[in-house]
Design a protein around this ligand. Structure first.
Ligand code: ATP
Ligand code: MG
Length: 296
């Protein structure tokens, strides 16, 4: 297990942004996106990181980017340290294996969520309205049921950073119909490919969130793709519709936080060692199961 990297620093360069997980450096036409070991739950970053998490997520994103490159244009330029500016190379302990040089895009302020199964906020909305993001679904569905066809359930970020589900028409209005259609087509192609691939590895891809933007007038798939942070993966051999499914994501962290009495409105309590270890194992397990590789 390697040292935890929760923040990156360079002597002569500032990160332009630090998201919940990634540190972002602006290189003009490009960005250098660094996946740190930060973990967030209930929209709060924990003071304790998960060793190797950023490397695992980066390796998994790269695995997918390589497999989907004929399906969609992606923002990836290189994950090879040798292609990065020299000051990043001089601090390889911070950047190697967790960074991607990408084309800077003008991001659409809409998340492209594709759902093949009923869970999370989709399930909540279905129970209240019988539909998700304005899409009417058949009656009598239960939690974790497979949908006849995958659906596009766009979301946008409220000013406080929380996701709010919107309708497909809203999404088209916000980003323009043509761009929205192009991104949606690509999202569906990638989702279908990934669902079938994951199935062949014994994993159900319940749902996933893509982010798109434009670059040189073209719609481009950006951000991370098909990781446990952006997707719900379920072990296929334990699939039992009618209740929550075991998953490869940070459910473990959420469950522990729920036991602490934390109010979710103030900085969260630090994760204890045992939760850190088990969470790391979950990320490693997802990576190994999906890729068949044993790098971590
Ligand atoms: N190619 C790209 N060009 C421009 N911005 C990008 C690109 N790829 C990803 N991003 C943005 O970089 C950020 C990644 O950081 P991170 O995932 O840590 O943020 P986050 O906490 O998810 O932030 P946010 O809540 O704003 O999505 C996201 O805001 C994402 O939209
Ligand atoms: Mg993100």
């Amino acid at each position: 297990m390697n040292a935890v990297i929760c923040e990156t620093h360079l002597p002569n360069r500032q990160a332009v942004a630090r998201g919940k997980v990634r540190d972002i450096y602006d290189l003009g036409d490009h960005l250098l996106i660094v996946a740190t070991d930060r973990i967030s739950a209930f929209d709060w970053v924990n003071p304790v990181g998960i060793p190797d998490k950023g490397k695992i997520l980066t390796a998994l994103s790269l695995f997918w980017f390589d497999r989907i490159k004929d399906l969609v244009r992606t923002h990836l330029v290189s994950a090879d340290l040798a292609d990065f500016p020299e000051d990043f190379q001089a601090h390889r302990e911070q950047f190697e294996g967790r960074s991607m040089l990408v084309k800077k895009c003008r991001m659409f302020p809409v998340e492209f969520v594709i759902r093949g199964y009923l869970a999370g906020s989709g399930l909540k909305e279905y129970r209240q309205k019988g539909s998700v993001c304005g899409i009417k679904l058949p009656g009598g569905l239960v939690e974790a049921d497979r949908l006849e066809r995958p659906i596009f359930t766009p979301a946008t970020k409220a000013t406080d950073g929380h996701d709010i589900n919107i309708t497909v028409e809203d999404a088209a209005r916000i980003i323009g119909k043509e761009s929205c259609d192009a991104a949606l087509d690509a999202a569906m192609r990638v989702y279908s490919f990934a669902r079938d691939y994951a199935q062949s590895r014994g994993i159900i891809l319940c749902d996933t969130k893509f982010e798109f933007g434009t670059c040189d007038g073209e719609v481009v798939l950006a951000d991370e793709v098909l990781t446990p942070d952006s997707s719900r993966f379920w072990p296929a051999d334990q699939y039992r519709p009618g209740g929550p499914q075991p998953s490869y994501d940070k459910q473990f962290v959420r469950d522990w936080l729920e036991t602490t009495g934390w109010d979710k409105n103030s900085p969260p309590p630090p994760l204890p060692e045992e939760v850190v270890v088990r969470t790391r194992e979950k990320y490693v397990e997802a990576y190994r199961q999906l890729t068949g590789k044993k790098d971590f």
